[in-house]
Design a protein around this ligand. Structure first.
Ligand code: ADP
Length: 490
């Protein structure tokens, strides 16, 4: 018998758009290529999706260019209405969008539904920002002229998103682009194109004019995107992904001096001082580590625990991690889904084996499996030596490595001993220490006594090799705006 869940799974996959979305049209790739989308919890193929060639990419950018002038002239209130309607539609379609995301990416349904709401919130946030774009009127110091300062859309923008938050990483870019009056071409990760295509449907239904948002799915990202970056038509690249790819794209952007926003890798530390509330710290660690099964650039990658509370903290954390239910994200009560693919699962396995080989002790987990999909058990490792690879490489999986520290100075140095600077988490009940440590930490974001920092109303982004620019908050829209000054003789 087919269960209600199986019926829902089949229905959303069947109904999902599977073509490229270019100039308001749903169309096949010019060369008729398709790529397979997999369910990481079984390894089986869910469906095929049109796989764009460089010519399709060029069509998309041409459409964005053609739509740019009229879109920039659209009244801000109207642009805001498109975003607000898209926000509402995402909530109306929350269950189906969540199911689609779980099927292609693996995260449990409850988390997927949470991401749909989080992603929609970027649209509401930027709908509100669209009508608040301001400028200035100023007297020149010599008194003989006036300055009018005006914000204008940057122009056609290229947006590249990763697979770990298939919707939110898209709305975080599309939201400010639309609010600012920029048209765009978005390329989602090939592992998770269905969520983004479903979002294109939302935007079409919300009244986004043809060419304003174009979605190009491709298995040959470099070949499709590089000519667009170098075309001279695109004026901006907003990228979320790995640091090595981000660096390569920055080089390509130099050619035509594109504006760039780069959300790259992280290597977050999670620090628990001896005066912290340990239960709250464990709660925060579960979030900082296990949100998205650890597949997040914000995931706690290095946990530094004061030596005096190490035993108690590790026992409590191991107990919580050991109780988590692992399985297909669509199944009732599942809290941890599979890794997104075999490569990701094997990387996690390799890093754990390396740490154990270097002397780390497994408190709980430490194994791949079970089943056909790309699963890895929630794992706690203690006394991970600082030469273990996982201190320098993003684990991107459900593995919490703990190591003890003795002093504040020592731990701040350890936290900063990385080329990354996205986010760090600090647990302490000493206010002065909290602020001192937060100020001395080299990262764009700090979670003080909290395990999640992502919020559409706050500026998200990194220092050092974690990136350039900020998304969300009241500065996110600036990434898509140019400042023009008009000097007027008096
Ligand atoms: P991850 O490790 O999350 O897969 P990547 O940086 O490889 O990170 O991928 C993030 C996004 O960048 C994906 O959409 C991917 O297809 C895209 N991408 C990867 N390589 C390139 C490239 N050379 N040019 C443009 N986009 C790329």
């Amino acid at each position: 018998m087919v269960s209600a869940s199986q019926e829902h799974e089949a229905r959303v996959v069947d109904a999902a758009p599977k073509k490229l979305y270019i100039n308001g049209q749903w169309r096949d790739a010019r060369e008729g290529r398709v790529l397979n989308v997999h369910d990481p919890s079984t390894g089986s193929v869910l469906c095929t999706v049109a796989d764009a060639s460089p010519e399709d990419g060029r069509d998309a950018l041409d459409a964005a260019q053609a739509a740019q002038k009229d879109f920039a002239a659209m009244p801000p209130r109207k642009r805001a209405s498109i975003l607000m309607r898209a926000f509402e539609l995402m909530h109306e379609r929350q269950d189906d969008l969540a199911m689609l995301m779980t099927l292609e990416m693996g995260k449990p349904l409850a988390e997927a539904a949470g991401e749909v709401a989080y992603a929609a919130e970027f649209f509401r946030h930027f709908a509100e920002e669209a009508t608040r774009i301001s400028g200035g009127y100023q007297t020149a110091p010599a008194g003989n002229a006036r300055f009018v300062i005006r914000k204008e859309p940057v122009g056609p923008s290229l947006l590249i998103t990763p697979w770990n938050f298939p919707l939110a990483m898209g709305t975080r870019k599309i939201g400010p682009a639309i609010a600012a009056g920029c048209t765009s071409v978005l390329k989602p990760a090939e592992l998770t194109p269905l969520s983004m295509l479903a979002l294109a449907q939302v935007l079409e239904d919300a009244g986004a004019p043809p060419g304003v948002v174009n979605i190009v799915v491709t298995s040959t990202a470099g070949q499709v995107m590089e000519p667009l970056i170098r075309s001279g038509i695109a004026r901006k690249l907003s990228f979320t992904g790995s640091t090595p790819v981000g660096k390569k794209l920055l080089e390509q952007c130099a050619d035509k001096v594109l504006r760039t926003s780069m959300e790259l890798g992280g290597n977050a530390a999670f620090v628990v001082f001896e005066d912290a509330d340990l239960d709250k710290a464990v709660e925060g660690a579960m979030l900082a580590k296990m949100r998205n099964s650890g597949e997040a650039c914000t995931a706690a990658n290095r946990m530094f625990i004061h030596r005096s509370v190490m035993h108690e903290f590790s026992e409590k954390l191991a107990q919580r991690m050991g109780q988590l239910k692992v399985g297909r994200g669509v199944d009732e009560g599942v809290q941890v889904g599979p890794m997104v693919d075999a490569t990701q699962r094997d990387k996690v396995k390799e890093l754990v084996d390396d740490a154990v080989g270097a002397g780390a002790k497994v408190v709980v987990g430490g194994e791949a499996g079970p089943g056909e999909g790309f699963f890895y058990q929630p794992t706690v490792l203690r006394d991970v030596p600082l030469q273990a690879r996982m201190w320098n490489e993003e684990i991107f999986g459900p593995v919490a490595p703990l190591t003890p520290f003795d002093t504040e100075t020592e731990v701040v140095d350890l936290v900063n001993d990385t080329e990354y600077g996205l986010v760090n988490y600090v647990y302490t009940n000493d206010l002065t220490r909290a602020l001192r440590v937060a100020e001395n930490i080299e990262s764009g974001m700090v979670g003080l006594n909290q395990g999640v920092v992502s919020n559409p109303a706050a500026p998200f982004g990194g220092m050092k090799e974690s990136g350039l620019g900020r998304e969300g908050g009241d500065t996110g829209i600036d990434e898509f705006l140019e400042t023009k000054y008009i000097g007027i003789a008096m």
